[in-house]
Design a protein around this ligand. Structure first.
Ligand code: TMP
Length: 211
């Protein structure tokens, strides 16, 4: 069965994913595409409870509990929102997906090897893999200067945690050069969008893939 493209956006805190996703959505819609923009964790009524549990609250939670909460959110999100949209021909833009689990829980928490995190995340994702992923790369020290408001549980982790997450992402990008495009996010949104657009255009020129 034919399905539309699935595109994910990854990066550390304050990398500028949301602003970029808005621009990409506008761009694709102006090209006549149907587009759904969504995010993990928490873009379903059910998943919102997972988001609350995993990101808010003062006390620390075990690394395993944290990981499973992301997986519960993902499995529901994929089945109930992402796959149905893709199957009806809507391009899905997703702010974070399985690579977030590999970078944050795998490289950041490092309580089990990254490959196991990847395997289990893929089960939760029903084997769905993005056609294209933009990783917005920026030094966490610089990105944290952009953050405003009350910090969530992950944002309260120290800088060394976020440096490990960045290394995890860069490792993933090196392992998956065709799928993951590293975008320099330490620059203006116009420049970030220009870098992104090049890859989007070449994806759109290609053929739609199958589930
Ligand atoms: P965000 O709304 O700023 O993207 O916040 C989501 C947070 O959750 C962010 O700190 C990354 C983290 N996260 C994980 O640790 N693992 C995951 O699998 C996902 C989807 C997000």
């Amino acid at each position: 069965m034919e399905r539309a493209f699935f595109i994910t956006f990854e990066g550390g805190e304050g990398a500028g994913k949301s602003t970029l996703i808005k621009k990409v959505k506008e761009y694709l819609e102006s090209a006549g595409e149907k587009v759904l923009s969504t995010f993990e964790p928490g873009d379903t009524k059910f998943g919102a409870k997972m988001r609350e549990a995993v990101l808010h609250g003062e006390e620390k939670i075990p690394a395993e509990t944290e990981f499973f909460l992301y997986l519960v959110d993902r499995s529901y999100h994929v089945s109930k929102m992402i796959l149905p949209a893709l199957e009806e021909g809507t391009i899905v833009l997703c702010d974070r997906f399985t690579d977030s689990s590999v970078a944050y829980q795998g490289a950041g928490r490092s309580f089990v090897p990254m490959e196991r995190i990847e395997e289990m995340s893929n089960v939760a994702a029903k084997g769905l893999s993005p056609d294209l992923t933009f990783y917005l790369d920026i030094d966490p020290k610089e990105a944290f200067l952009r953050l405003t408001g009350k910090k969530d549980r992950l944002e309260r982790e120290d800088i060394s945690f976020h440096e490990k997450v960045r290394k995890g992402y860069l490792f993933l990008a090196e392992e998956n050069p065709h799928r993951i495009k590293v975008i320099d996010a330490a620059t203006s949104i116009e420049e970030v969008f220009a870098q992104t657009k090049e890859h989007l255009d070449s994806l759109l020129r290609g053929k739609r893939t199958k589930v």
